[in-house]
Ligand binder design. Structure first.
Ligand SMILES: Nc1ncnc2c1ncn2[C@@H]1O[C@H](COP(=O)(O)OP(=O)(O)OP(=O)(O)O)[C@@H](O)[C@H]1O
Length: 272
């Protein structure tokens, strides 16, 4: 098997005093669609930010194609980032730019290609997402599902090797969601990409992904094929995969105890 495109090795990361990832190790196999799932606030978006070098691991290594992202100088980091396409939550488009100009934006920003070549590439990318005919529309004139597809076209404009999608299905109706999932698969396979997506949508994601990583409390609770993860006997994974309201995933965000906030008698149930 070839070396994974992305590897997190014993990564620890937190925001201020709040530890989010603890000694986390995971792999993103080349050429595959990897889904990162897990309870809300578990650090999924943080993993994408570490891979993209927006954050640096406090301990451990984040390797992308063998390069230690956290140790790169800025020019090398920017060069590496150009090999990544990112579609962050809701894939916001520039509202004052047309569909065409939104997709052209990274090409104009990061390359010296001629306007004629930019036009051809933009139309090819829009064609890939079925929206070549919508090039002249403004974001306010297209549906949410179409906007997501434009954002997808923009994410692949620079022919990245790795594409990361944060919640690509959020807010989409079932048909648009199916279209988006099919597109992610098709683009991955046709363009020889490696895809990482963060998603809450169990069914769609398990049907789409080749490799699934479920984050537990700061580390990996399970990773493997969707079938392997589905049959995991880890209680947290079981709760997640079966969407059970009760289980090890805590309902409460960590904070002061009930006694600290309301007094001991109240916690004991003695005071009303
Ligand atoms: N910039 C930040 N500053 C401080 N805390 C942050 C920051 N970004 C995220 N956090 C905290 O880090 C934790 C992990 O956040 P992250 O967004 O990675 O989780 P997630 O698994 O993607 O969550 P969700 O599924 O709800 O989007 C959360 O508790 C969040 O409140």
């Amino acid at each position: 098997m070839s070396e994974p495109l992305v590897q997190l090795r014993n990564v620890t990361f937190g925001y201020g005093a709040r530890a989010v990832l603890r000694d986390l190790s995971l792999v993103v196999p080349r050429g595959k669609v990897t889904a990162i799932m897990g309870a809300s606030g578990g650090g999924k978006t943080t993993v994408l930010r570490l891979i993209g070098g927006q954050h640096r691991a406090q301990q451990g290594q984040v390797l992308v194609d063998g390069q230690d992202v956290g140790a790169l100088e800025l020019p090398a980091l920017y060069a590496l980032r150009r090999r990544m396409g990112m579609l962050f939550q809701f894939g916001a488009l520039f509202t004052d730019l047309s569909v065409f100009d939104n997709v052209a934006f990274p090409l104009r920003e990061h390359t010296d290609l001629s306007p004629a070549l930019v036009r051809d590439i933009v139309l090819m990318k829009l064609h890939a997402v079925g929206l070549r005919g919508a090039r002249d529309l403004m974001p306010s004139q297209i549906s949410g599902g179409m906007a997501r597809r434009v954002a997808l076209a923009r994410a692949i404009a620079l022919d990245p090797e790795l594409v990361m999608y944060d919640e690509p299905f959020a807010g989409l109706d079932p048909i648009s969601m199916g279209i988006a999932a099919q597109l992610i698969r098709r683009l991955n396979d046709a363009m020889g990409l490696t895809t990482v997506l963060v998603s809450h949508n169990l069914q769609e994601t398990f049907a789409l992904a080749d490799h699934v990583v479920i984050l537990g409390e700061g580390d990996v609770a399970a990773q493997g094929t969707p079938g392997e993860v589905r049959t995991s006997d880890n209680p947290l994974v079981h709760q997640f995969v079966h969407a059970l309201p009760v289980g090890p995933v805590p309902f409460h965000y960590p904070g002061p105890s009930m006694a600290q906030d309301f007094g001991v008698a109240r916690e004991a149930g003695g005071r009303r």
